[in-house]
Design a protein around this ligand. Sequence first.
Ligand code: ADP
Ligand code: MG
Length: 376
Amino acid sequence: KYHEEMAKRKKLHNIVQETKGNIRVFCRCRPLSKVETSSGFKCVVDFDGANDGDIGIMNGGTTKKTFKFDRVYTPKDDQAEVYADASPLVTSVLDGYNVCIFAYGQTGTGKTFTMEGTERNRGVNYRTLEELFKIAEERKDTVTYNISVSVLEVYNEQIRDLLATSPSSKKLEIKQAGEGSHHVPGIVEAKVEDINEVWDVLQTGSNSRAVGSNNVNEHSSRSHCMLCIMVRAKNLINGDCTRSKLWLVDLAGSERLAKTDAQGDRLKEAQNINRSLSALGDVISALASRSSHIPYRNSKLTHLLQDSLGGDSKALMFVQISPSDNDASETLSSLNFASRVRGIELGPAKKQVDTAELQKFKQMLERSKQEVKLKD
Ligand code: ADP
Ligand code: MG
C-alpha cells in the first residue's frame, strides 16, 4: 500500500514538474451536504477510477459521461492531501517561475474551502506560504528571499485592495512596467517575514471581502478573490536574481445566468462575472490554438493574470464540483470546461530573471572582488 502510494506520488510529481506541459487540472468533489441528504438528493458522481484520474457522472439516470484529469479527489480526501499534489508547482515560484492556481466551479462546490479553508482546516493559500517560508529557511545560506503578498478582489470589473486600511479614492488600474511585469500601482504589498504573520494578513483580506455588501455569500459568489505572492530571490553562490509571482485565485461562481433571476444591478454583476469568466475561457482557447494574439485585456481578471497564465508560466486549475443530482447540469458544464483547459499545451516555462537587480548584484560582487584584491 505504501509503495503504491509512493509510486502514485512520484508519477504525479513528474506530471507536475514537466517543464513543457499542459495546464494541470485537478478535480475535487465535495461531500453531499446534510440538507441535500435530507432532501433526498443523490450522488451522481462515480469515483471508481479516481486513482487514475477518471471521474464519471450519471447523465439523466442511464448514460454515464467520463472525464480524465491529472488528479481526482473524492469527498474523503483532505486538505493536506490536496496541497501535497499542488506543492511541486507552488514551490517552483521559489526557483523563479510564475505560477497561477485557480479554483473554478459553481457556487457552493468548495472553491473557498480549497483555497482559503478554515482555521482548523487550512487551505492551499496558507499551506503555500507555510511551505515557501520553510524552504526559504532551509536555503537561507545560499539564497536570500523576499516575500510579500497582496490581496485583491475583482467585482463588477473593478479592482479593490482588500489589504488597504482606507478605501482608495483613486480607481485602481493595471500597469505594465516592462515585459512580463504587470502590476497595480498603489496597492498594499504586505511584506511577510514568517508564517506567524500570514494568517492575520489573510484574515484581513478575507474579512474586507464582504465589507459594504448586504449579503456576504452572494457577494463572494459574484467576485473573484485573488491572492498574489511576490517572491524576489538572490542566489548568493551564482548571483542569479529572479522576481516571480504566484497567483492564487478563488473565482466567482461559474453557474449560468439563466438559473438566477437577475435584474438591474444584479444583472450587471452577473454579466460582468460572466464577462471575466468568459474572457478566461477565451484566453484559454487562444492559448490552446497557439494564437498569436491572446486577449488578456478583455477583463480585469485575465489582465491581472497575464504574466502567470500561459507562455512562460505554470498553471493549475481546481475544478470544483457538487456530487448532487440536483446540480448535475452545472457539474457537466464545469467538467466540459475543465476538459478543454486540460487539453492546452503551454510552451516550456521560463525563469523570470530580475535584470536590474542582477546587474546591481554582479557589480557589487565585482567591487568586493576588487576590494579583496586591493587588500592582498
Ligand atoms: P464556494 O466557495 O465554491 O461557493 P464553499 O467553499 O463555500 O463553496 O463550500 C460550500 C460548503 O461546503 C461550505 O460549508 C464548505 O465548508 C463545504 N465544503 C466544501 N468542500 C468541502 C470538502 N471537501 N469537505 C468538507 N466540506 C466541504
Ligand atoms: Mg466561495
